[in-house]
Design a protein around this ligand. Structure first.
Ligand code: 0PR
Length: 358
């Protein structure tokens, strides 16, 4: 590795060839808000009351997206923190020495981290042929030590929505809590007829991230709950701060993320997000057809994510040309129709693909 060139101004990458990311460019209002609130810390609400108020408003706005009238929660660093905290709350509230968490194999890998840190057993059930949680397979793994059942509303690889109401029943029949991971899907699914939110099922906690489809600057994730006791189960005493307790996992937190999420939601809910969803779906369907026409197998997009079975050599060649792609565990290339992805980008991608395939 060579020494960094002193004085050179580093530039971030452009989004021109980014097809695999679940993050995107913040809208201008969100970028501006992030910059203005860079030196604020919602982890200390007495010293920084302005940003603490913005955070309460973000939680309210997220509640509107997920059909939860009196939402409680906070702005996390992202989906990983929200998922870890959901597991932590469920473990702390349950009465067992040998806790386990049950979900489909499609849960995000942040649950592996949660299980490791919190010393709970993570039990993953095989998914069905439709890439969604198989309710019977999940039920089989649940027992008297299950503290949390997890469903995903918008899976990382295929954008699928698990049968959320049925999984909620499985959880509550076993006296466990029920968590929905809508980290990515939370800003997409309000515009579909899926059953995924608090209005559709008895959900205890949810992850929903403004820094993904919400078009806010990183870091801005969200943990929501119906139940104050979840936050109490997470809170520790904060002896030398003026507030009584702190429920977040991190101490000092980014006011930039909070303010940015506030600006993005204010600007984009609901019409801007609806347009993103509709554009994304049109592009996903278009790309899926274009790929099928070329003879590639495609996992039909139900939401704005397309998974394509591309030969490894073509994947490598496109990566060498600067396309930022990622693969599912089964090896498909996955294209996420984030707001920065355009028809022109996809046409350029297809033209590179066609050249590589000749
Ligand atoms: N839950 C789901 C359903 C997710 O898809 C993700 C991230 C998380 C939780 C964790 O969220 P944080 O990464 O905010 O902690 N899914 C993407 C992934 O791991 C995240 C991502 C984002 C990947 C941008 C690449 C990228 O460029 O694939």
């Amino acid at each position: 590795m060579t020494a960094p060139e002193m004085g050179a101004r580093p530039e971030p990458q452009s989004f021109e060839r980014v097809l695999s990311s679940m993050c995107t460019e913040p809208i201008p209002e969100a970028r501006d808000a992030a910059m203005r609130f860079l030196a604020t810390n919602p982890g200390d609400p007495e010293t920084y009351p302005g940003v603490a108020e913005l955070e309460r408003e973000v939680v309210e706005m997220l509640g509107t997206l997920v059909d939860l009238p009196d939402p409680k929660g906070y702005v996390t660093t992202g989906g990983t923190e929200a998922n870890i905290q959901a597991v932590r709350a469920a473990r702390n509230l349950a009465n067992t020495d040998d806790p386990n968490v049950v979900g489909p194999a499609s849960v995000h890998f942040s649950f592996q981290k949660a299980a490791d840190i919190l010393d709970v057993d993570l039990r993953l059930a095989p998914v069905g042929g439709d890439y969604r949680a198989d309710v019977d397979a999940v039920t089989e793994l649940v027992d008297g030590d299950t503290v949390l059942v997890v469903g995903v509303a918008g899976t990382t690889e295929y954008g699928r929505v698990d049968p959320i109401p049925a999984l909620a029943d499985v959880a509550h029949d076993a006296d466990a809590r029920f968590h929905v991971d809508a980290a990515w899907g939370g800003f997409v699914l309000p515009f579909t007829d899926e059953a995924w939110n608090f209005g559709d099922a008895a959900i205890d906690t949810m992850t929903i991230d403004p820094h993904k489809m919400g078009q806010a600057a990183i870091p801005a994730g969200g943990l929501l709950t119906t139940d104050e006791s979840v936050l109490d189960a997470l809170a520790v005493d904060t002896p030398y701060l003026e507030t009584a307790g702190q429920a977040s996992l991190t101490g000092t937190r980014s006011g930039a993320g909070v303010a940015s999420a506030h600006a993005a939601l204010t600007e984009q809910w609901p019409d801007g997000y609806r347009e993103n969803y509709e554009r994304g779906m049109t592009l996903a369907t278009w790309l899926a057809n274009a790929m099928q026409t070329r003879g590639y197998d495609v996992v039909e997009p139900h939401h704005p994510i397309v998974a394509i079975d591309l030969p490894a050599a073509i994947f490598e060649a496109l990566t060498d040309e600067g396309w930022r792609l990622s693969r599912t565990a089964a090896g498909e290339v996955r294209v996420v129709m984030m707001p920065h992805v355009t028809r022109e980008m996809l046409e350029a991608f297809l033209s590179d693909l066609d050249r590589q395939s000749r």
